[in-house]
Design a protein around this ligand. Structure first.
Ligand code: ATP
Ligand code: MG
Length: 339
């Protein structure tokens, strides 16, 4: 198994170093290589995603990605490397699981949901322009049958595999705003309902995005798999992640045909960079997701069990109310793996 590690900027290198340490313990055969991308790379070589990095990502069986800082102003020639990687590798499905298993009160509701976000089109195609001497801004939103059908299929396949693993009442919630975006979300909805017909074993529900945001905030336990377009998925997955213990724990996968990139949901966290206190558990959960994707289910479960033990008994980083360092938390995870 070849794993390409792209640490990036900010706390990316700090949390990925932890992730790689864990990976080496549970998958000693993994060949790990490192590649550069991000804002620091752009400042050094003039491009945020060098061709060697793209090549290394293509060659690898899976990519672990840290975080990249973006310039706050519009810098000519700078393109976000993660957006470019998603496009170049055609990683069309962004999978963001949220579970409260690690901080659930004994009689509290069980939150175990996944937001499946379309990753290649929608509002993210970069077609924005000014008209009317700069007084009108127009953004184009692209929805295609091809992208809609493959993302909805990915959602139903995921619901099916979760059901096979014991999840009761498998459900896909199709989230859209077709009452307003009649043409674009109209197409997404039509295609989604066509695909739904191929999965009679999975319950289908439809929800307008505003209703979905409120329900995700109030009743996350009522969701299983929610599938939606790019921008809505970006927003809804951040809402959902509140129930999973916050940014320090949230991990995501970007999946394409035979390709996968795993990244923590958090960004470069410039306010804590270099302090050695970044929570490594989101990056470590990325390792579990990577192993699962490679069908190394036992290794994935070992990583999760170790992370859960550390969350329960400590040590914890400051974002979770503790005072431990990244290194101490990582070492505690590794100690649990050795037990
Ligand atoms: P970016 O523009 O790269 O997304 P950001 O300023 O939005 O950067 P995030 O990385 O998204 O920062 O983090 C938001 C907040 O959460 C920051 O205060 C950051 O310190 C905190 N945070 C994010 N990730 C972690 C982590 N792994 N451990 C501890 N705190 C974190
Ligand atoms: Mg951020």
């Amino acid at each position: 198994m070849r794993v390409c590690v792209i640490p990036g900027d900010g706390i990316g290198p700090e949390v990925l170093a932890a992730a790689v340490q864990v990976l080496r313990v549970v998958a000693p055969d993994a060949e790990v290589s490192e590649a550069d991308a991000g804002w620091a790379t752009f400042q050094r070589v003039g491009v945020a995603l060098p061709p060697e990095t793209l090549g290394a990502a293509r060659e690898a069986d899976a990519v672990l990605f840290g975080a990249v800082a973006s310039p706050s102003h519009n810098v000519p020639g700078y393109r976000s490397p993660i957006v470019a990687l998603r496009r170049e590798l055609d990683l069309y499905a962004n999978i963001r699981p949220t579970s409260n298993a690690q901080q659930r009160s004994p009689d509290g509701p069980v939150v175990d949901l996944v937001v499946v976000r379309e990753n290649t089109e929608g509002m993210y195609i970069g077609r924005e322009r000014l008209e009317d001497d700069g007084d009108t801004a127009i953004a184009e939103r692209q929805i295609t049958r091809r992208a809609s059908s493959r993302i909805v299929r990915a959602a139903y396949d995921l619901a099916r595999s979760r059901a096979a693993a014991g999840k009761a009442n498998p459900t896909v919630t199709i989230v859209h705003k077709a009452n307003v975006l009649r043409v674009s979300d109209g197409l997404f909805r039509t295609v989604a309902l066509e695909i739904a017909a191929d999965y009679p074993d999975i319950r289908t529900e439809e929800m307008l995005v505003d209703v979905a945001a409120m329900r995700l905030a109030q009743h996350p336990e009522r969701f299983d798999v929610a599938v939606t377009t790019n921008l809505f998925g970006d927003i809804l997955s951040d809402v959902a992640c509140i129930h999973g213990g916050g940014l320090g724990l949230a991990a995501s996968a970007n999946l394409g045909e035979g390709r996968a990139l795993f990244e923590p949901v958090h960004g470069a966290a410039p306010d804590i960079v270099g302090k050695g206190i970044a929570n490594p558990l989101a990056a470590i959960e990325c390792v579990a997701m990577l192993l699962e994707w490679r069908h190394r289910v036992d290794a994935a479960q070992r990583v999760r069990a170790a992370a859960t033990a550390v969350l329960t008994h400590g040590p914890r980083t400051p974002d979770l109310g503790g005072s431990a360092t990244t290194a101490a938390v990582t070492q505690a995870v590794i100690d649990h793996l050795a037990q």
